[in-house]
Design a protein around this ligand. Structure first.
Ligand code: RAT
Ligand code: ZN
Length: 408
């Protein structure tokens, strides 16, 4: 009988949320040592250890920034944080001596890789079958390529990201008008139906699996806000008409320290009564939810027990650390069985897939082993076939079924 560890290691993942792009997007698909080092998780850590002032840091080239991050986090101190260890795991998996401390040599190694075989190799090392992208019509870099069309790489699936639409309606409305949608700044039936037309057009154009938004801790629903109105009159009807779940990423405080740019976002405890209200009032809509604050994870699990139209996924961003993955996944298994998706990678750089999934697998093995051992002690020993079924379910299968509406 195959061990649980080897089943977890060999089961391919369908990664349900990343910031990676189909190779057709060229340089938007980040890869290589400099992008690994200027990852915003590392920049926020480096900002605590570097002597360089932030304005000088941002004014410098990517290579110079990477040099500073490397020096601060890998040379002057041991890279013990989760994001730092990630770089080490990546280099090690690619067969590179991580302690060489020679950035020029690392750069040469990455530059020598042939992009499409490197992509295949990374996916293989990560044990990843497909990745879901984050695709925004509001992104001026990616919108033109979608409008023009391109042959899709089937391993890169799409999700429609709509943060500016919901969180910055007053500035988004003129953009929609410039794209030919007859919306006004006011909340009218015409505006709602034009926003639905935009969502339908983009869902078709990108072949979206779900619609997604990240929301601040004080997000309320119902409420007299543009976001709540747009959700009720455009996003939820769109979801029902087009079978699209709505993914809510709850608890991000954008720009807590704007000087850190992308690295400057923080966390707050979300008001989960909004989630409860959404799930209760909209039984024909499906909600995918991940939460940034550790403090609200238990409340979210209890809400999921009450609403089969809610599927929890991932240990998001600041909760993607071994300690919290262990805690959150144990809690979810104990209260939800296998009806959730323990992890997404949130990879921004191709090679992130390697470390995010290796580290997640390392965490899942003891968590699941304990549940199975407890179960065996109570008189139910799972077979190898059942373990394979459960692991495939947890590593993307359950999410797929929920998204397709086939079963919850
Ligand atoms: O984890 C991250 O990289 C964050 O910056 C966010 O992108 C977050 O995952 C999001 O999708 O908003
Ligand atoms: Zn993300």
């Amino acid at each position: 009988m195959k061990s649980l560890a080897s089943i977890i290691d060999s089961t391919l993942v369908d990664d349900v949320h990343t910031h990676l792009y189909d190779p057709a997007f060229g340089s938007l698909l980040l890869s290589g040592i400099d992008d690994l080092l200027v990852y915003h998780y590392l920049v926020s850590e480096a900002s605590r250890q570097m002597d360089v002032p932030l304005d000088a840091f941002w004014a410098a080239s990517k290579q110079q920034q990477a040099d500073w991050v490397w020096r601060a986090l890998f040379v002057q101190h041991s890279p013990v944080s989760e994001a730092c260890r990630g770089v080490v795991t990546v280099l090690n998996a690619l067969g590179i001596e991580p302690r060489s401390r020679d950035l020029p040599a690392l750069r040469q190694w990455f530059a020598a890789q042939q992009p499409s075989s490197h992509l295949d190799r990374v996916l293989e090392l990560a044990g990843v079958r497909s990745v879901c992208m984050t695709n925004s019509p509001f992104d001026d870099e990616e919108r033109p390529l979608w409008e023009q069309g391109f042959p899709r790489d089937p391993r890169f699936r799409a999700a429609l990201r709509i943060d500016p639409l919901l969180m910055d309606w007053q500035r988004s409305a003129p953009r929609l008008r410039s794209w030919g949608y007859d919306v006004g700044p006011e909340r009218s039936p015409r505006t709602a139906s034009e926003v639905r037309r935009l969502l339908a057009d983009w869902t078709r154009r990108i072949d979206s699996r779900y619609c997604m938004v990240s929301l601040p801790p004080d997000f309320a629903w119902p409420a007299n806000t543009d976001a709540a109105w747009l959700i009720e009159h455009a996003v939820l009807p769109h979801g029902r008409d087009h079978g699209q779940p709505l993914a809510l990423m709850l608890g991000v405080k954008r720009g807590v320290n704007p000087a850190l740019r992308l690295a400057g976002d923080g966390v707050g405890r979300s008001r989960l009564d909004a989630l409860e209200n959404l799930c209760a009032a909209n039984p024909s809509n499906r909600f995918l939810v991940t939460l940034l604050s550790r403090e609200v994870q238990h409340e979210a699990v209890v809400i999921a027990r009450k609403f089969p139209n809610l599927h929890l996924f991932g240990c998001w961003w600041f909760t993607n650390t071994p300690q919290l993955i262990d805690e959150i996944t144990r809690m979810r298994l104990e209260l939800l069985g296998t009806s959730f998706t323990p992890q997404h990678s949130d990879a921004r750089v191709l090679e992130h897939l390697i470390y995010k999934w290796r580290h997640t697998r390392e965490c899942l093995i003891p968590v699941l082993a304990t549940r199975y051992a407890d179960l065996a002690a109570s008189g139910w020993t799972v077979t190898e076939h059942e373990m394979r079924r459960d692991v495939a379910h947890l590593l993307g299968g359950a999410f797929d079924r929920f998204v397709s509406g086939a079963s919850r």
